[in-house]
Design a protein around this ligand. Structure first.
Ligand SMILES: NC(=O)c1ccc[n+]([C@@H]2O[C@H](COP(=O)([O-])OP(=O)(O)OC[C@H]3O[C@@H](n4cnc5c(N)ncnc54)[C@H](O)[C@@H]3O)[C@@H](O)[C@H]2O)c1
Length: 274
């Protein structure tokens, strides 16, 4: 019980990685504030955590809405009196038909012998495909981080974990340039914030996830051909995606005392980026 009585807030906890991280933190004794924009999914997570015996407070919140974020942190502080851990997990992730088509083109290009040519992804990107990421993936992380620090700085302790992606480290998700840029921004914000607040004993780090078997990735696999699935697994030295639990274990580690990591980007990715 490494996190006995700690209070943790996880955004985008309605399903996928966010839910697994909330469950992992709860297993170590943390009290949970969970938020999601999807009220029905959030309620399922609340029930899962309650079934685990966790103390849980579920709040519907769109992290892109600055006023709603400030209200959520005020409610959380009122309910539990403090905040020890923030996991910025909520994000828009690439899953539209156009993104799926580009993803398949990218994987085929990376794994089959084809003539070298431009994939034409950036030059044909729509305005919306560039603009749609920032409010949730970047602004949302900032609004939540700022609100959390206003609680953590006076108590001179805290852990903030930003869920980034290998997409922000290199060209591993070149099929979605806007998403990739948004995750690179999360990595940059992790580093600058970490330097800012380390003196107040607040540890800020990021997890740059590789493939996680969550609902959007499962939907991609379900819609892919055998060849497309094989192309993906061919690109992964471990030959499989990571489970949400494997990633949650890293978040629990970063949320715990006993490490010296400040402003670092840990990338569980099965060898996709070495
Ligand atoms: N699945 C992967 O392969 C993968 C890879 C790299 C990084 N990631 C990152 O992991 C995190 C979780 O991804 P996932 O695969 O579990 O996705 P997911 O779509 O299964 O879960 C995301 C959750 O965030 C919620 N959400 C979305 N917008 C929100 C908003 N504005 N306010 C509050 N909640 C909101 C959604 O309702 C959903 O419950 C994301 O930050 C994603 O970028 C995932």
């Amino acid at each position: 019980m490494k996190l006995q009585d700690k209070v943790a807030l996880v955004t985008g906890a309605g399903r996928g990685l966010g839910r697994a991280i909330a469950q992992g933190l709860a297993r170590e004794g943390a009290r949970l504030v969970v938020c999601d924009v999807d009220a029905a999914a959030l309620d399922e997570t609340r029930q899962c955590l309650a079934d685990q015996g966790a103390s849980v407070f579920a709040l519907r919140c769109d992290v892109a809405d600055r006023a709603a974020v400030d209200a959520m942190f005020a409610d959380a502080a009122q309910r539990f009196g403090t905040l020890d851990i923030l996991v910025n997990n909520a994000a828009r992730v690439p899953s539209s038909p156009a993104e799926t088509e580009r993803r398949n083109r990218h994987y085929a290009h990376a794994t089959t012998p084809v003539p070298r040519r431009s994939l034409g992804i950036v030059s044909s990107l729509s305005d919306d495909d560039w603009l749609k990421w920032w409010d949730v993936n970047v602004d949302g992380v900032f609004w939540c981080t700022r609100a959390a620090l206003r609680l953590m700085e006076p108590q001179r302790s805290g852990k903030i974990i930003n869920i980034a992606s290998v997409a922000g480290l290199g060209a591993g998700s070149m099929h979605s340039p806007g998403y990739s840029a948004s995750k690179a921004a999360v990595i940059s914000l992790t580093r600058t914030t970490a330097y800012d607040v380390a003196g107040a004993n607040i540890y800020v780090n990021a997890i740059a996830c590789g493939g996680v078997l969550t609902p959007p990735f499962q939907a991609y696999l379900d819609g892919a051909t055998d060849t497309q699935r094989n192309s993906l697994f061919q690109m992964l030295p471990l030959g499989r995606l990571g489970t949400p639990e494997e990633y949650a274990n890293v978040a629990v580690f970063l949320a715990s005392d006993g490490h010296y990591l400040v402003g670092q980007v840990i990338s569980p990715n099965g060898g996709y980026v070495i």
